[in-house]
Write a protein that binds this ligand. Sequence first.
Ligand code: C2E
Ligand code: CA
Length: 556
Amino acid sequence: MEDPLAGITDDWLRGVVAAGFVPGVRSRVRAALRDLLEEFVAAVRAEPFDPARGARIGAELVDLRMSAPPVLGTTVALFAGRLPAAIAGADGEQGRARTLGPGGEQGRARSLGADGEQARARVLALLETLTTGFVAAQRDAALRAAEQMNRAEKIHWRGVQLDLQQRLQRALLHRPDTGLPNEQHLRKHLAETIAVRSGERLGLCLISLDRYDEVTDTLGPENGVRLLAEVARRLRPLGFLAHLADDRFAILLAGTSGVDDVVKVADRAIRLLAQDAAVTVGVVERAAAGTDPDTWLHDARLALRWAGHDERGRGVGVFEVGRAEEDRRRHRLAAALPAALAAGEFTLQYQPLVRLADGAVIGVEALARWRRLEPRQFIAMAERTGVIHELGRSLLEQAGRAGAARADLRMSVNVSPVQLAAPGLVAAVAGILHRTGMPAERLQLEITETAAVIEHRAVLDRLAALGLRLALDDFGTGYSSLAELASLPFAEVKLAAEFLTAHGEVLRHVVGLCHALGVTVTAEGIESGEQARALREAGCDHGQGYLFGRPRAGLP
Ligand code: C2E
Ligand code: CA
């Protein structure tokens, strides 16, 4: 792997030489800089983190007589600009290589993630102490020399120090590529604005360039930088403009009178950049009093994530307190799933499946329950977070145990299409049948009709080969045609409740086709006797719904 730090030492050496400092052999200077860089990187990574180590490195720079202000300017700009990404990149690659193996390459993130943000904060804290250490060491050296200085020399020296401080400020608070205020600067500016304009309202637009990585990958990094400069030029008139990360800009507006003011600015930004780049914008607007920069930036990031799903317009997300709370609640619940599973909080209720001809209960559908959330919601969360695999197995095991003892009932269990995609499902089902003593022919797996089902033909065939029944759940809500159905090993179709409103002729037709394919039909969501009669007349085999019984903890 290429050493991401080597380039920084080279650039640093170039800066040192350009500043007119060449006291020794270049290779020796390079080695010294390399050592200092490594010490700096070690200090960034050290736990506990100690920013004071920066001061010592600053003093060492003075000892090495690399104390001309331009040198420090270069050092700070390089460290602040490139080091966080290099550190995050190196750590991230190792981490990914460990977890993903050879395939990890494609997932490499160019923008800084959480690790990168932490690296950036640590680099900046170290740079602040490095520069104070640097200035202090220089002052000591100057004091020692001062006895020999004349008045003109002293004035010159003061000038040098002031210049140095200004350069430092600039380097610490601005992006090296666009020269715009960086995130730290924006935070400072926000804090000041909140203090000074506490009676006003403020607005913040967080702007993200879509597919910036693609630009740099296909057109080269120079074009990436050119694009950023163009974006900076166009956005500058809109407000206080900051450049937070490669593809992230922010505009702070003071004295706004409502969220619409800020949305207007966001729309203008989108229009102004339309030629060069597609962008997504997160918008926050509120009274300044009692707020802090962290909250502003956090909420703007959240709004940015909502962008594109907002009815106010494509590409703009507007922060709302209620929605943020809902997001937080969902995150907490999603994070709680594994522990809830381990604690046995997921249970099953059973709803009767009834033969329409005579009303006899021929089986039950097992439906998952969790006291903290609706089934549809926690199932979707479990699918998103991957918990569904273990949850699905646990539910199937519960259903198997309950059903094994009841030779008169079919046990119909829901299986998420997500589960079909994971290896090991067939073996897990076989294991559960074996362990629980549930005969395969009394187990039915209900698989929701989605576009993905047809891609899992092989898994479906292997499940059917275990001797169990497969039911296509929620049929009629969209994807597959009866022709596709014919080629898959489904023994049953469950008509979605929406079908209950279908015309009798349509119903008869669909049921007839299913029967012609050798597939039985169950209608879901039957609430009235009238619905049950219509279905019976259409030839539908089985029914399920509140008319026959609600889901309950015990078997009927
Ligand atoms: P589904 O598979 O379509 O299940 C039928 C839903 O209709 C159940 O909702 C049931 O309580 C409800 N229902 C039954 N009869 C009537 C009726 O007469 N009227 C009305 N309005 N509703 C009726 P539930 O239990 O809230 O489950 C919702 C969905 O969550 C299920 O839809 C299924 O997609 C999913 N789900 C539930 N349990 C599991 C599970 O163990 N695994 C998986 N993968 N998904 C599950
Ligand atoms: Ca179902």
